[in-house]
Write a new protein. Sequence first.
Length: 171
Amino acid sequence: MEMIKAVKTDLPRIEALITQAKLFLKKQGVDQWQDGYPDAGDLARDVNSGIGYVCKEDGRILAYTAIDFRGEPAYRSLQGHWLNEASYVVIHRMAVDNTVKGKGLAQKVFRMVETMALKKGVKNVRVDTDEANHIMRHIIEKAGYTYCGHITFANSDKIAFQKCLSQVEIR
């Protein structure tokens, strides 16, 4: 499994993964991503700005996520407390192909992002999700992230998490 920067030719597959994720969330009764976000423009901006990444195995794209080292403006309005104010990377818009859901791929993506962060000297990862997205909450908590509070992002209330990587080895 490799995680690499997405390119424009990956966009149709990325859009298909996001569409799968939207339908999956809807079936779970989760309102997240049911208002059009993220749309093709959001994903194209991710790719064009170099923050869109795909996970490939045997040439097949199995997952997508945005990995942003520029920070997240919405995180400044956290209702709660971050673990620290040091530099961080943000994980946004993660989608895993339905055919491999439940096989630990999301956990692998988190570990790959953490390794990438440490290689860049960044020792904090932040992520958010809808409160009702129990599956993603479980994945985040299982990966060792700490609940920090609430934010408003993409016109909805989210719960925010952070993990300090100072004790984590590069994998």
